[in-house]
Design a protein around this ligand. Structure first.
Ligand code: KIV
Length: 272
């Protein structure tokens, strides 16, 4: 059943700002490959994030830090080939934008030119202001990401909720306002108290997309492997599982194994 208030043939950065203004929530999911992106796009998900969480769920790394710009472009290119409607946002990976604004711009240009994606996302506030400015000046839409920013996991030392302390909450609020003022089209808030996320969403005109940030924000994002129940060892409170693909896939693989071993597959009808 469709719950969209207005039909959007193609989602643009402007559509998202309009959705916020009209009180329509934004649905965003990650995807990293053609086949999955085709299903996600066909299901009417507004934004597909080619997240650097690919480092975890696709490559099996412990953190998002190892994934490279070339690898992100590979994933983004596969996703872009699949989409008809969704807006495709690609994460700038760790090390591709923090050290130098010119390098940040080069990285963003490579993503846009080589993959055909529509926007980039990067983590941080004031610390990366000059990089954001450069990228925006080149006409590339930027989505911010504040709160629990996984590329800084070794600074935080833990994946627990961020900005519970007054000083961190104040910084987050002022960073969100800065991102809005600079011209970012949206901001992700990850794992922060719901009341703080609500205040931020009410204080800026660009959409706030939450992950573990409560219901009073303008949209939600989940990592697709988590919401499909493929990563059953990852169980944060904010995660709602919409399927148990781990169980279903395991069952399918076991059935196939048994059919092969028992000489049940292929049957006479399944051969030439
Ligand atoms: O990389 C990612 O999947 C993300 C989401 C968690 C927002 O940045």
């Amino acid at each position: 059943m469709s719950v969209a208030k207005k039909e959007y043939k193609r989602i643009t950065t402007k559509s998202l700002v309009d959705m916020k203004a009209n009180g329509e929530k934004i649905a965003m999911l990650t995807a990293y490959d053609f086949s999955m992106a085709k299903i996600v796009d066909g299901a009417g998900i507004d934004v597909i994030l080619v997240g650097d969480s690919a480092s975890n769920v696709m490559a099996g790394h412990e953190t998002t830090l190892p994934i490279t710009l070339d690898q992100m472009i590979y994933h983004a290119t596969s996703v872009v080939r699949a989409i008809n409607r969704s807006l495709v946002v690609v994460d700038l990976p760790f090390g591709s934008y923090q050290s130098d604004p010119k390098e940040a711009l080069r990285s963003a240009i490579r993503i846009m030119k080589e993959s055909g994606a529509h926007a980039v996302k990067l983590e941080g506030g004031k610390e990366v202001k000059e990089s954001i400015k450069r990228i925006l000046h080149a006409g590339i839409p930027v989505m911010g990401h504040l709160g629990l920013t996984p590329q800084s996991i070794y600074k935080f030392g833990t994946y627990t909720v961020r900005a519970r302390e007054e000083h961190e909450a104040e910084k987050l609020k002022s960073d969100a306002k800065m991102l809005e003022k600079m011209g970012c089209f949206a901001v992700v808030l990850e794992k922060v108290p719901a009341q703080l996320a609500k205040e931020v969403a009410e204080s800026i005109s660009i959409p706030v997309i939450g992950i573990g940030a409560g219901k009073d924000v303008d949209g939600q994002v989940l990592v697709i492997h988590d919401m499909l129940g493929m990563t059953h060892e990852f169980n944060p409170r904010f995660l709602r599982r919409y399927a148990d693909l781990h169980a279903e896939m395991t069952q399918a693989f076991e059935n196939y194994r048994d059919d092969v071993k028992n000489k049940d597959f292929p049957s006479d009808e399944e051969q030439y």
